[in-house]
Design a protein around this ligand. Structure first.
Ligand code: AMP
Length: 212
């Protein structure tokens, strides 16, 4: 059995922050990822290749074994709600918070608020935990617009510096979760390719910065 390892990585900020981490364990793409249009990047390691894919697709590739490993944000993993993978390490990259937010100066406590978000499962679970009824409005981006235009009362979204909220007249209400990127591992591969995968996990654990 070949011990080839395919790592599915969320494109964008997570990919940009994961590359230096992979370089520290001497896994370096052969082509310049900024200029390459390839979706599968070969690396200096014969047995390691990197897929650069949409964040929400990473858990699907790993759960179904199309990739042995994945790097995805905890937001995506919580929303996915699958259990076909292990989550052995917090990589401590692409950190932010998932927040409930609303318009500045507007009453926060309302009956059955309309919440705009792309994280419908996380939002539903969060409010169900304390028995509050909400109406969830699924959006795919620019959630901040929804309260401004009266489409929703509040939003659930990722917040890093808080500048996007502020620039759109919104204020944070509650922190729903701390988010960072995690390494995920296909459950069957952990057994079938255990030597290669365990060695990869150990090396990566050694180079990640200890969370503050
Ligand atoms: P900020 O203005 O720094 O609070 O950033 C907020 C914007 O960046 C929102 O549109 C978020 O969806 C996005 N964002 C913040 N942190 C992350 C992250 N770690 N991963 C993906 N998107 C993020």
């Amino acid at each position: 059995m070949s011990d080839k390892i395919t790592i599915a990585v969320s494109k964008g900020r997570i990919f940009d922050e994961a590359l230096p981490l992979l370089a520290k364990i001497d896994v370096i793409p052969k082509d310049d990822p900024q200029n390459s249009r390839k979706l599968i990047l070969e690396t200096n390691k014969n047995n390691v290749q990197i897929l650069v894919i949409r964040a929400t697709d990473v858990p699907t590739y790993v759960e179904r074994g199309a990739a042995e490993l994945g790097i995805a944000g905890k937001d995506v993993l919580l929303e996915y709600q699958g259990d076909g993978f292990y989550e052995p390490i917090d990589l401590g990259i692409a950190k932010c918070k998932m927040m409930l937010a609303g318009l500045k100066g507007v009453k926060k406590e309302i009956t059955r608020p309309r919440i705009a978000t792309k994280y419908t499962n996380i939002t539903q679970n969060y409010f169900s935990n304390f028995g509050k009824q909400v109406e969830i409005i699924k959006l795919y981006g620019s959630m901040e617009l929804a309260p401004i235009l009266g489409l929703a009362d509040q939003i659930v979204d990722l917040v890093d510096t808080g500048k996007t909220l502020e620039a759109n007249g919104l204020v944070p209400y509650e922190r729903i979760a701390d988010i960072s990127s995690r390494l995920i591992v296909n459950k069957a591969s952990m057994k079938l390719k255990s030597t290669a995968i365990k060695s990869f996990i150990e090396k990566l654990s050694d180079v990640i910065e200890v969370a503050e």
